[in-house]
Structure formats: C-alpha cells, structure tokens
Design a protein around this ligand. Structure first.
Ligand code: SF4
Ligand code: SF4
Length: 382
C-alpha cells in the first residue's frame, strides 16, 4: 500500500463529498462476476425492446471495463441520494392525479451529475499535475455499475435489484469514473441485509421482480411507462394505477428506505405540480406546452406521446365520469398511441357519455390499431 496513493484517494473522496456526492468508494478494474447472469438476463429477453443493451459492442464492453478504457486501473463509484419530501399539499378536490417516480421530480440527473463528474476528474488531474485517461458514466454507459458499487463498499444489491446502502437506502443515482490511475481500493460490501424479507417482491404491482435480483423489463412499470415506445399491454394497464412516469413501489416498501434520512440532494427538489400531476390537465398538454413544462426534466424522455399514453391509462384507472370530456378530446389527438389509450380509458368509465364518445370516434377513426382499441373499449358499453 503506497502512502501517497492512500493520501490521494482520501483527497479525491473529500472532493467528491464537497461536490455533493453522498457516497464514494473505489473498486478495482477486474471484469464483473455478474456478467454471465447479465447475459442470461438478455437471453431470456428480460431487457424487452431495449435493443441497445443486447448489441454486441455494448455486451463486450460490459464484460470488462478495460474494453472501455484499456488503461483502467481503478473505478471511482459515486452515489447521490435524490429522494425529496414533496412539501406541496395535495388539494382535497377529488380530481384524479398521477404519480411520478421520485427521481424525476426535479431536474434531469444526467445534467446535474455530469458537471460534478467532470469537476472531480479536473480535481484529480490538478492534484497529479498531468492528464489522466478517464471515462465517466451516470446510468448511460455499458457498465455493470451495481456490482462495482458493491465492490467499492457502497452497499448490497437487494432483491429488488437496487443498490442499497445501510444508511442512505436505495433512492440513489449511481455514477462511475473509470480511471487510468491507481487509487486505494475499498473493501467490498460483504453482507446481504435483505434476509427473509420479500416486501418488494410481494408489493410489485406486476410481479416483475425475478429471483435473480433483477427485474423483467417487459413487466416493470418503470420500463413500460418510460423506455417503452409502443402500447402498454392490455393486461398490465390496470396495474399501472396512478403511475404516469416510472414506479417507486419496490423502493417505497423497502425497510431500508424508511430508516434513511428524508432529504436528498436539493438539486432534485420537486418542480411544482410534477410529483402528483393533475391528469385532466396533463392529457390536454399540447406539444409546445409539454416541451415547456418538462424542459430539463427526465420526463421529456418519454416524449409527449408516451407521457399522454400513460396519463390516459391512469385516467382509465381512476374511472371518474367527470373526466370523460378530457378523454373525448384525447380521442382526436394527433398521436394514434394517445387516441388508442384514451379509448381504453373511456371503456373503463363506460358511462353513457363515454360510450357515445367511443361510437362517434369509430365513425371517423382511420388508424386500424386505434379502431381495434375503440372496438375493444365498446365491449364494456354493450
Ligand atoms: S419499479 Fe415497480 S413495477 Fe418495476 S419492479 Fe419495482 S415495483 Fe415492480
Ligand atoms: S424490500 Fe426487503 S427484500 Fe426487497 S430490497 Fe428491501 S430489504 Fe430486500
């Protein structure tokens, strides 16, 4: 163990904390042991339509950090706790509201973290007095980051597939910097604190959690409401409940989050109206209004069509007759995806007005898939 390496590592960790990272540890660059399990997960199709994950180049790079950075000697693994209490009062007006996963209440974490990662590399280079080969990622790179986080001593991978830190819980965004300089590695986190608990598995609305501490994206609401570009499968729509962007259920029920501090990084503070958006307003968002409302927010990732699709499903699950007018307007939306899910929602409400709106739409609708949705929805009107 070199004392200068230990001292440098301590200075880098102190700087990471000053930059706002709550967790920081160092892992070595050995290939990840969980790679075969990852390949099996892909082979079972659990990545759903995220084809980029299965691309050969990305797969190979996940197998060994040195395929990303041949000079790699250390991986600095960082974590930021993002959870915020939503201080905005929920009006008791009975109007249906959606629910947004808490990581997306505020600003886009990619924007927040990349600036800090860059600053940390600049600090290290200034300390050493020369450039250091590096690559950094925050949820964007071909890196099996949870294993590296565990190896860096930050926590264990829970049954819900999330990295859990015993003090901070699992509402964490992870980031990693592959470095061409050797830092002092941390001891891996050796304990599994899930024990006999199965709360996340029992509470998952779609039974998406697999026995391998991974999630089947085909069923996971986080995938279905964000990455999924097409329809929400009919048999899972009711399971969406109020969720219109992501899902926090398997974290909300985890006892390790109940013990965690309430506040995370203030950069993730909720934007007004985002944590519990008013569904009848959201379904009426024009393209311009959507872009304005979600500029700089992770929600823009779904694009307007995906977001309004989710909002329509949440309106169907709320099944409140006073929302028929908003859904009737959505039957004329420019996006077939939105029209189809609005039709489904009206079928869930199935009042005389909802059924009349569906019959009228069937007269004018030309898209075959939307017509199919309208016909299926009309079955509830017989
Ligand atoms: S995010 Fe929601 S749907 Fe996905 S595994 Fe967790 S509880 Fe299940
Ligand atoms: S809910 Fe229980 S089983 Fe699931 S991750 Fe948390 S401790 Fe582990």
């Amino acid at each position: 163990m070199s004392s200068s390496r230990v001292a440098l590592t301590a200075r880098v960790k102190a700087e990471a904390q000053r930059l706002g990272f709550h967790l920081v540890g160092v892992a070595d660059c050995r290939p990840p042991e969980t790679y075969p399990a990852y390949v099996a997960w892909l082979q079972h199709g659990h990545h759903a339509a995220m084809a980029y994950m299965a691309r050969e180049r990305n797969r190979e790079r996940r197998a060994d950090p040195k395929r990303i950075l041949p000079e790699c000697k250390s991986i600095l693994v960082l974590g930021i706790r993002y959870f915020q209490q939503d201080a905005q009062p929920m009006p008791a007006d009975g109007r249906p509201r959606g629910r947004v996963a808490s990581y997306a209440w505020g600003e886009d974490y990619h924007d927040i973290l990349v600036a800090r990662l860059r600053a940390l590399v600049a600090f290290l280079e200034a300390e050493l007095g020369h450039p250091v080969p590096n690559r950094y990622y925050t949820d964007t790179g071909p890196v099996l980051e949870r294993e590296f986080a565990q190896r860096a001593g930050l926590g264990w991978v829970g049954k819900n597939g999330m990295l859990i830190n015993p003090k901070l819980g699992s509402y964490l965004i992870l980031a990693e910097i592959l470095l061409g300089v050797a830092l002092e590695p941390d001891a891996p986190f050796a304990t599994d604190h899930c024990g006999t608990c199965t709360r996340c598995i029992d509470a998952c609305p779609t039974q998406a959690i697999l026995p391998t501490r991974t999630v089947d994206a085909n069923r996971c609401l986080s995938y279905l409401t964000i990455e999924n570009k097409g329809e929400i499968p009919q048999d899972l729509r009711a399971r969406l409940g109020e969720w219109v962007f992501g899902c926090d259920v398997c974290q909300m029920v985890c006892p390790w989050n109940r013990r965690a501090p309430l506040e995370g990084d203030p950069a993730f503070a909720p934007r007004p109206g985002v944590p519990r958006p008013l569904l009848t307003e959201e379904i009426r968002l024009s393209r311009q209004a959507f872009n304005r409302k979600f500029k700089g927010s992770p929600i823009k990732r779904t694009k307007r069509r995906g977001y309004l699709r989710n909002v329509a499903v949440a309106l169907g699950n709320a099944a409140q007759p006073h929302t028929v007018e908003a859904l009737r307007e959505a039957l004329q939306d420019e996006e077939p995806l939105v029209r189809g899910h609005a039709a489904w929602a009206l079928g869930q409400i199935a009042t005389a007005e909802a059924c009349e709106a569906l019959r009228r739409a069937l007269h004018v609708e030309e898209d075959p898939e939307v017509r199919e949705e309208i016909r299926a929805a009309l079955a509830a009107c017989a």
